[in-house]
Design a protein around this ligand. Structure first.
Ligand SMILES: NC(=O)C1=CN([C@@H]2O[C@H](COP(=O)(O)OP(=O)(O)OC[C@H]3O[C@@H](n4cnc5c(N)ncnc54)[C@H](OP(=O)(O)O)[C@@H]3O)[C@@H](O)[C@H]2O)C=CC1
Ligand SMILES: CC(=O)C(=O)O
Ligand SMILES: [Mg+2]
Length: 563
């Protein structure tokens, strides 16, 4: 990663960095640089071509890449994250040109500490690790899964200002069950069938210890594991770690539900929820909402749990269905079905008549016209969240949800959808219920508080602070999530909530923040955010006089707080 060759650098800085002659002579404003980037992007035909261009930009000049991304969140995020990152992961072995993270294959077991030492950056604050076994809703993509680690970390930087050189994408390569990849001569991973849970846990034990040995404060985010429950249970009280699909998704959807439930005017105790999908995300989300119903709806655990109906590939999850349920489903398994089994989503809807329908099933189009129209008959303002990613796996589109509910739906999707023009000409914007609204703030809040663990209260706080971060104008416009172009402010607020929870739980260890009120703490958090318009830090390290001079001389077109 570099920032050395930036056409915005003044002659004095070029001389200092010994790059005069290595950069074209013109000194450009940031606006001109961004214009060139946008033109280049426009000229690329496919999302994948745009992705490749942006990857090269990030590797050749990350300051410019983040100036572009932060200044154009709404347009550029879909190119580095969902949906296009899904194409990139599927085609990773065909588009690969330079390593951007750590590849940890099974054959390195016993030697992981040494392999991890090869990472060139001295300081790392946070890593995202995947085993590539369930990338978005696209299934097992082997080492191509590293694209999701890279995409998530780009958002840590863009949304919460974690310095790009302090982020580390990791893929562990324990094989793949994807035949297409195994038969592809260009496949970059180990050509063997995926190893089982026992080997995976052994490998993870070694990796976790090695990461912590090299970077004692490192935050480890687990991402897109097919079965992430064992590692979360094992490591959450040993390491500073969390699982984004269970906990981050739970928090972001909870925030949207808090706002949407208020708009329905129906009390939590009278809501009924159907989830299509009872995997890590489905159960993670259900658990978080259940917590809220207990807390804000004053329900007992049992009363709250009874409001949830989970549906997996075999139908409604019940105790007497005849198959052995995976452990994570037991909490929501129904026993009040009088021996009756409900196989299709339609049957479940007829039985439950839900007010809330969640999609975390990876089944694109599962909420068809009939399903959406049924939802509109059960309540005045049905809550429908098709949360599966990427767009091709979304259970329905915003357009469909609006059309078939007579524009009454309260909607959020995992991937972005275009706005919808209502019958009266009003433009409606869809909510994006994606964990990108919380994981950057969870990471930043953990770094700021120097918390040693990330506990449930910190995750819950991220949801509460996100839910209350909407402006009056956003609320008046009927939004349930803040607009994406305010994500840096929003992430700072989410981080504030996480820090407060860490303090409450006696996990915070940063003496600098003791006694700070909220406003001061938010400013402190923003002050720690990476600023892609600042003079390169290598100048500060090697020549503080030059750094001061440049900093005062450069009239920066933007300042970090305005980003
Ligand atoms: N919006 C966001 O921020 C996030 C979205 N997601 C999305 O959620 C989706 C699921 O992720 P995750 O839970 O981790 O994946 P899992 O593989 O753990 O779970 C998928 C679930 O869907 C069920 N399912 C599969 N096919 C069907 C079907 N035909 N009918 C009903 N249910 C079905 C599976 O059933 P069974 O248990 O029987 O196999 C399983 O319960 C992904 O598309 C992912 O992109 C995930 C995290 C965050
Ligand atoms: C967004 C995300 O984490 C997922 O789809 O898996
Ligand atoms: Mg994920």
């Amino acid at each position: 990663m570099s920032t050395r060759f930036d056409t915005s650098y003044e002659p004095e800085l070029r001389e200092h960095l010994h790059i005069s002659g290595l950069v074209p002579p013109v000194v450009e404003t940031y606006d001109i640089q961004i214009k060139r980037c946008l033109k280049a992007l426009e000229s690329k035909k496919s999302g994948l071509d745009k992705y490749v261009y942006l990857s090269h930009l990030r590797n050749s000049n990350f300051n410019l890449f983040y100036r572009l991304l932060i200044g154009h969140m709404k347009d550029i995020t879909p190119l580095v994250y969902t949906p296009v990152v899904g194409d990139a992961c599927e085609n990773w072995s065909h588009i690969f040109s330079e390593p951007e993270g750590l590849y940890l294959p099974w054959k390195e077991r016993g030697n992981l500490a040494e392999t991890i030492k090869n990472w060139p950056e001295k300081e790392v604050d946070i890593c995202v690790v995947t085993d590539g076994s369930r990338i978005l809703g696209l299934g097992d993509l082997g080492v191509g899964g590293i694209g999701i680690s890279i995409g998530k970390l780009a958002l840590y930087t863009a949304c919460a200002g974690i310095h790009p050189t302090k982020t580390l994408p990791i893929v562990i390569d324990l094989g793949t069950d994807n035949e297409r990849l195994l038969n592809d001569e260009l496949y970059l991973g180990t050509r063997m069938k995926r190893l089982g849970e026992k080997d995976m846990m052994k490998f993870l034990d070694e990796m976790m210890a090695a990461l912590k040995a090299r970077w004692p404060s490192i935050i480890i985010q687990f991402e897109d594991f097919k079965n992430p429950f064992p590692s979360l249970a094992k490591y959450q009280n040993m390491y500073t770690c969390f699982n984004d699909d269970i906990q981050g998704t739970g928090a972001v959807v909870l925030a949207g539900v808090i706002n949407a439930v208020r708009d329905t005017g129906i009390a939590p105790k009278d809501q009924r929820l159907v989830f299509l999908g009872a995997g890590s995300a489905g159960v993670g989300v259900a658990r978080q909402i259940m917590e809220m119903f207990k807390k804000d709806g004053h329900l007992s655990e049992d009363e709250a749990r009874k409001l949830f109906y989970l549906v997996d590939s075999k139908g409604l999850v019940t105790n007497d269905r005849g198959d052995k349920l995976q452990e994570h489903k037991l909490i929501f398994s129904r026993s009040d079905n009088n021996g009756q089994q409900y196989k299709s989503l339609e049957d479940v809807l007829d039985y439950v008549k839900p007010t809330i329908l969640m999609g975390l099933s990876t089944i694109g189009g599962a909420f068809n016209e009939g399903i959406i129209k049924k939802m509109a008959t059960y309540s005045e303002r049905p809550i429908i969240f098709p949360l599966s990613n990427p767009v091709s796996k979304s259970e329905c589109t915003f357009d469909e949800a609006m059309k078939y509910t007579n524009e009454k739906v309260l909607f959020a999707s995992g991937s972005p959808f275009p706005s919808y023009e209502g019958k009266d000409g009003k433009i409606h914007e869809p909510g994006q219920g994606n964990n990108m609204y919380v994981f950057p703030g969870i990471g930043m809040g953990t770094i700021i508080s120097q918390a040693s663990l990330i506990n449930q209260d910190m995750i819950y706080a991220s949801a509460e602070y996100l839910a209350t971060s909407l402006t009056k104008e956003e609320r008046d416009d009927g939004l349930i999530y803040p607009r994406i172009d305010r994500i840096r402010d929003v992430s700072a607020r989410v981080a504030l909530g996480v820090v407060r929870a860490a303090e409450r739980n006696h996990l915070a260890r940063n003496p600098e923040i003791v006694g700070m009120d909220d406003d001061t703490l938010v400013e402190y958090i923003k002050g720690k955010m990476y600023d892609p318009t600042a003079v390169p830090t290598e100048v500060e390290e090697t020549d503080p006089g030059m750094w001061n001079w440049l900093t005062s001389k450069l009239s920066l077109p933007w300042s970090a707080s305005k980003l």
